[in-house]
Design a protein around this ligand. Structure first.
Ligand code: FE2
Ligand code: FE2
Length: 343
């Protein structure tokens, strides 16, 4: 967009160009990143150009800094040419960004406080502290809902496989997806012991809260990949140890080892693949995130943890009631809502 002189004076302009003298060609070279731009100029202006580029850092309106130049009208002409060529950029928010790792630290502050204030007080997790008194159906139900979640993982992982914002992040996500693919089969192996077969597994209905979590994650993956990346560390479990749920099953003495084993194997894959560290790896690779994006992600973090909390509450509420069937076929009498049969 072309700008006039008055607009030029009002802009905070920033240039990352460096100057390289090329006297043989009768001019100078401006270098931005790996790209070089030849500029013809009188030698007397080389010093001026160096001065201009040194102070063009976006911290003040150009109209204020031009006064210090020996030849302000030359500076105006040069800076306008830089702007037109895309080599000087507006920077009205010089302090409004942070590194990816600083952004994640800000988001995790809120994640952790919500995990401690909300999720760890969830009735399911409180019950897990006393494995021998937890109802057997809750343990089986958690495995079943885990299956439903993993079966739908491609809904929310695949939209970010082509993430263009950062190559390292994209490769990390693709590696993760390759490792995750087919994990529902491990849990399927366990729940076959409950009478689940290849023929009827598609008929079993997840709890509405499980579907809500899957639907929201797939929406976020498609519309806000950065925020979706921030959820992975929580979903995969940040601690490099066997999931508390697996330990609870083992300590309850209510579940056959043959049922637990495939779920235990799944937990080991998470640990070996460092899946809990994926979010950190992705954010560490991102140089800059705008503050407004961080604020948006912090707001969404509350929704995410609330949904995650609802997921565990629903597991407890449904499966701790012994009159509810463990396998929720559409014909089961205790299906909580006809809408669930849609998916
Ligand atoms: Fe997995
Ligand atoms: Fe995983």
């Amino acid at each position: 967009m072309k700008i006039d002189h008055a607009q030029l004076l009002s802009l905070n302009l920033r240039s990352e160009c460096r100057v390289h003298l090329t006297p043989a060609e009768g001019g100078i070279t401006l270098i931005e990143g790996s790209t070089e731009y030849q500029v013809t100029s009188d030698n007397k202006n080389v010093a001026n150009i160096k001065d201009i580029l040194r102070v063009l850092d976006g911290s003040s309106p150009y109209g204020e800094i031009r006064k210090q130049f020996v030849d302000p009208s030359f500076a105006d002409e040069f800076v306008l040419a830089l702007y037109d060529a895309g080599l000087a950029k507006t920077n009205n928010s010089a302090t409004e960004y942070m590194s990816g790792s600083a952004a994640l630290a800000a988001i995790e502050d809120h994640q952790f406080s919500m995990l401690y204030d909300v999720l760890y007080h969830n009735r399911f997790w409180v019950a897990c502290k006393n494995p021998q008194s937890i109802p057997k159906n809750v343990l089986l139900g958690m495995a079943i809902e885990n299956y439903h979640f993993l079966y739908r993982e491609s809904w929310f992982d695949t939209p970010v496989l082509s993430y263009l914002g950062n190559e390292t992040a994209r490769l990390a996500m693709n590696r993760f997806y390759g490792e995750e693919y087919g994990h529902d089969e491990l849990i399927f192996e366990a729940i076959t012991q409950l009478g689940v077969t290849r023929d009827n597994v598609r008929d079993i209905q997840p709890l509405p809260q499980t579907l809500a979590l899957c639907n929201c994650l797939s929406h976020w993956a498609a519309t806000d990949p950065l925020f979706f990346f921030s959820t992975l560390g929580v979903l995969e479990g940040k601690d490099p140890q066997i999931d508390t749920f697996v330990k609870t099953m083992e300590q309850s003495a209510k579940i056959d080892r043959s049922f637990i084993e495939p779920i235990h194997q799944h937990a080991l894959i998470n640990i070996e693949g460092k899946h809990g560290a994926l979010t950190t790896e992705i954010f560490d690779s991102i140089d800059v995130i705008q503050n407004q994006d961080v604020r948006r992600m912090i707001k969404k973090t509350k929704i995410f943890i609330d949904l995650y909390d609802d997921f565990y509450s629903a597991v407890w509420d449904y499966y701790s009631n012994e009159s509810n069937p463990v396998l929720r076929f559409p014909s089961s009498s205790n299906m909580t809502s006809p809408r669930e049969a849609i998916l």
